[in-house]
Design a protein around this ligand. Structure first.
Ligand SMILES: Cc1cc2nc3c(=O)[nH]c(=O)nc-3n(C[C@H](O)[C@H](O)[C@H](O)COP(=O)(O)OP(=O)(O)OC[C@H]3O[C@@H](n4cnc5c(N)ncnc54)[C@H](O)[C@@H]3O)c2cc1C
Length: 310
């Protein structure tokens, strides 16, 4: 079945009940429902994991969500959302956003759905004088009319991932450390800081080593780094043809997140990714993703961790 992505509906800075209705509709259209929460503060998404039927919550944290701008919102949500059937409410703003998202993804948009049966969507046309039935064949963006579908209950429990594109690194890294601390004892965690080809030169691994020294962590590498630079030994390689690691905290820097790399580190308890490309696949697996260059992020990370560890 196709994966589904629900864009949370917010009012007054909170996720509103319409979102639960969207999750019900998502369950009728596909599986693996990811809830994407557009926000300027990721705490807005803290309770979203309780909505029954969701498998993942992504708090898409960006300053563009301060005020509505269709193009900017569509761009930010497109990069934060995995592929699949995207579902939004049929409010005026969300219908506008849905059309933009569909255009960006080159998929169909089906507006104002009032019924779903066996994968067929019903939408009123000609001011409600007729009903159009649409069968989906692949990914699409679908808007759902409010107060039609039974709201999903709130008895679930899934983790919230944060994808932070604000560029406010001090705040982002402090939040990352705090969230990691809630899940594990960071001061006693076994930690791996890994670098990829995005580090640019092998000499730049010294920045990772500096952080690792402070944390008592090990330094790892992607295969691209090992293959490109003879200074980075194969013993550091994490992945399918390298080591399988299972630390409490895995910090991936300048690593794209290829499937073979994920094979070696995916079971880490808390994954942090720093990458300048918001669409890097590693962000789909990170508990906390920071969209930034390592040149900007590592000095701030070093300070945040130093203050945490005293
Ligand atoms: C059979 C097989 C086995 C393999 N085994 C492994 C394995 O064990 N381990 C492994 O890792 N790979 C393995 N690979 C290779 C894997 O497919 C990828 O090619 C590799 O993981 C990519 O490494 P990378 O992410 O470092 O490089 P890239 O894919 O080149 O990604 C570099 C990333 O750095 C980011 N970046 C660039 N500049 C900056 C900056 N200044 N700041 C922040 N980010 C920046 C870019 O946006 C990009 O996402 C294997 C492949 C095959 C076919």
């Amino acid at each position: 079945m196709t994966d589904t992505i629900v864009i949370a509906e917010l009012s007054k800075g909170k996720i509103n009940a319409t979102t639960n209705e969207l999750v019900t509709a998502a369950g009728m259209l596909g599986s693996n429902c990811t809830l994407v929460v557009p926000c300027t503060e990721s705490s807005v998404a803290n309770d979203a994991g309780s909505i029954t039927g969701i498998t993942k919550v992504i708090a898409a944290k960006s300053s563009v969500f301060e005020t509505y701008d269709a193009a900017a919102w569509a761009e930010a949500l497109d990069s934060a959302s995995p592929s699949g059937i995207v579902i939004t409410s049929a409010s005026a703003q969300s219908k506008d956003l849905a059309a933009r998202l569909a255009a960006r993804r080159s998929v169909s948009v089906i507006q104002d759905v009032t019924g779903i049966q066996n994968g067929t969507l019903s939408t009123p046309i000609y001011s409600g004088k007729a009903i159009q039935n649409v069968s989906l064949n692949g990914d699409a963006v679908v808007t759902i009319r409010a107060n039609i579908f039974r709201p999903a209950e709130n008895s679930g429990n899934c983790d919230v991932q944060v994808l932070d594109t604000t560029g406010n690194l001090a705040t982002a890294l402090q939040e990352m450390v705090q969230r990691a601390s809630e899940r594990l004892d960071v001061s006693e965690a076994n930690i791996i800081v890994s670098g990829g080809r995005g580090m640019g030169t092998p000499a730049n691994f010294s920045h990772l080593e500096e952080i690792a020294d402070k944390l008592g962590a090990a330094v790892g590498a992607s295969r691209a780094a090992v293959d490109t630079w003879e200074e980075i030994p194969h013993s550091m390689q994490v992945g399918q043809t390298g080591k399988t690691v299972n630390p409490n905290l895995y910090i991936a820097v300048g690593i794209s997140g290829a499937i073979q790399h994920l094979a070696g580190m995916r079971s880490s308890k808390y994954i942090v990714a720093i990458n300048k490309d918001a669409e890097a696949p590693i962000f789909q697996h990170a508990d906390y993703g920071i969209v930034a260059s390592w040149e900007d992020a590592l000095p701030v990370l070093s300070n945040s961790l130093a203050s945490l560890l005293g």
